[in-house]
Write a protein that binds this ligand. Structure first.
Ligand code: HXC
Length: 514
């Protein structure tokens, strides 16, 4: 027995050395963690259990038979984060560049299947040169198996991709399907075709950063939801995200008792909306004033900043917040904001997270480029996501709520459960200037003093529409509330809807506009 244990310990040592201690040291010297160190950092101490650690590939093409390593370039298993089970795979760049062959894929598929059966989140740490070229079709088949499971598990368990090195070629489509993508600044890159191919095909010189760096993906393509300053910071954010969300679609999100009084009235809210309706203010400031202890975990921070989305807690309950931000593009909805909002709303709905919408929106962003980019279908996406969502939906209109954007932003017509408006709310088909120019153009042009008439008509319009009295009289909003009361009222509304149960008609699946 003693000799067997000795042998096992030796095998374990070999397994843990993966591509070699020298390669592991090199990675640490470069400021990167090894695949195993990343797992240890993410999980509660001592909770990681490795699976299939002794797998090796069975390929012999292009000399691969001489390059066999226990684990085949990916560490898989499960452990606990905040005491809750999480499944993981972590690609090991020290083994054949973390490239994905048949057995490497088989290990990832194994944890995908287990996570789905167990109803637990799956975290994938990507650090790989992509399909293992020597294995040919087996590598491609492996990716196919992974993408298929990513898709089937979507909306059942949370799936999180963490990009900590290269993620190239078709490999990007696993992160592309998962719910959230985290990327380390500077050292992680995702792209379908690399600089060499682009140079050969397009005769264009581009850098890794241009093509797939965190600045590009977090602010332009929107592929990346979170950017970490380094690997530890990135994994800290993954842990933070996991603290807000449930393990699967049949669980409620975790409840976290708070010392922030449920009935806290916040006087600063009375001052936050400027008297001049065209003056911007920062919606994130408003959010931090109403949520538990001012803590807001923003998703997609750098992308489409005219719409703010993220997780928070109110009275201890996780909520998903969707808010127009008048500080950017006057809070208008554009193509990117619509895509961002729809994706977030659908995550919250799939995972039983109530939605709170804070509305200050002058309309959809006008422009030829927006029409060309497909504002019709992308704007419809947001409408569709709100309509389809069956989780509790609460809305607070703080100021403008005009036109189509009024309907889209979680209105009663789309099934919002409780809708409040501040006294500063303006709800109408369009803003006063535009409206008067349309309906009284002839009268104004024929008037002796056109400007005086225009001013009077605008004032009339404002008196009628630039306040929430009419929508309140018609029951389109439930109450006009004092800004200071926003937190206590939202928490009470959330409590009242705790057992909301609603199902849309059975169907194979809908056909969201893409
Ligand atoms: C096999 C690979 C590999 C791969 C890297 N390696 N990528 N082996 N298949 N795809 C090996 C290298 O040969 C080397 O082995 C080791 O990993 C480290 O690679 P280096 O190039 O020395 O590292 P670095 O300079 O840091 O560059 C990393 C890299 C580069 C940028 C990722 O390796 C690279 O460009 N790789 C190819 C990327 C790519 O085009 N992948 C295929 C995409 S197509 P030794 O033995 O020397 O240490 C694809 C299709 C998927 O993925 C389709 C799914 C639908």
């Amino acid at each position: 027995m003693k000799s067997m244990i000795k042998e096992l310990l030796k095998l374990r040592e070999e397994k843990d050395a993966a591509g070699g201690l020298d390669k592991q040291k090199k990675r640490n010297d470069e400021g990167r963690m090894t695949a195993r160190q990343r797992i240890e950092y993410l999980f509660d101490p001592g909770t990681f259990v490795e699976l299939q650690g002794f797998i090796v590939h069975r390929s012999s093409t292009f000399g691969l038979e001489k390059k066999k390593f226990f684990g085949d370039g990916v560490i898989t298993g499960f452990g606990k984060v905040h005491d809750k089970t999480v499944y993981i795979f972590s690609q090991d760049f020290t083994v054949l560049g973390g490239s994905l062959g048949e057995m490497h894929a088989k290990k990832i598929v194994n944890v995908q299947d287990l996570a789905l059966k167990a109803g637990a989140p799956l975290v994938g740490i990507n650090d790989s040169g992509g399909a293992r070229i020597q294995e040919g079709i087996s590598s491609l088949a492996g990716y196919g198996d992974i993408f298929y499971r990513n898709t089937i598990a979507s909306g059942v368990i949370p799936q999180i991709s963490v990009i900590m090195g290269p993620c190239a070629g078709g490999a990007v489509y696993s992160p592309g399907i998962t719910d959230f993508v985290f990327q380390v600044a500077k050292t992680a890159h995702l792209f379908v075709t690399g600089p060499e191919v682009i140079k050969a095909v397009n005769k264009e010189e581009v850098t890794f950063d241009d093509l797939g760096g965190s600045d590009m993906h977090s602010s332009i393509s929107g592929v990346t939801h979170f950017v970490g300053s380094d690997e530890r910071n990135t994994l800290d954010m993954v842990k933070e995200l996991l603290s807000y969300i449930p393990s699967s679609n049949v669980e409620s999100p975790p409840f976290e008792e708070t010392n922030d009084p449920y009935d806290r009235m916040e006087d600063k809210l009375n001052e936050i909306v400027p008297t001049n309706p065209n003056k911007p203010y920062e919606m994130k400031e408003l959010i931090t004033l109403i949520v538990d202890n001012g803590k807001f975990f923003e998703v997609h921070k750098n992308y489409a900043q005219n719409l703010v989305v993220g997780f928070s807690r109110m009275g201890g309950r996780t909520v998903g917040i969707v808010a127009n931000n008048p500080a950017v593009l006057a809070g208008t909805l554009d193509v990117h904001a619509s895509i961002k909002g729809a994706r977030f709303i659908r995550f919250c709905d799939a995972f039983n997270i109530p939605l709170i919408s804070l509305v200050d929106v002058p309309g959809y962003l006008p422009g030829r480029d927006q029409e060309e980019l497909g504002i019709i279908k992308h704007g419809a996406k947001l409408l569709y996501a709100y309509s389809e969502a069956t989780v509790p939906k609460l809305t607070v209109t703080t100021r403008k709520s005009y036109g189509g954007a009024h309907i889209v932003m979680s209105s009663k017509y789309l099934g919002a459960d409780v809708v409040f408006a501040w006294p500063t709310a303006e709800i109408a088909v369009m803003g006063p200037q535009g409206a008067i120019n349309v309906i009284f153009r002839k009268d104004i042009s024929e008037a002796e003093q056109p400007e005086t008439l225009r001013e009077r008509l605008i004032q009339d319009y404002k008196d009628k529409f630039a306040n929430p009295k009419l929508p309140a009289a018609l029951g389109y909003i439930d109450d006009i509330i004092m800004p200071t009361e926003t937190r206590p009222l939202l928490i009470r509304a959330l409590e009242s809807l705790e057992h909301k149960s609603m199902k849309n008609p059975p169907k194979k699946h809908g056909n969201i506009p893409l």
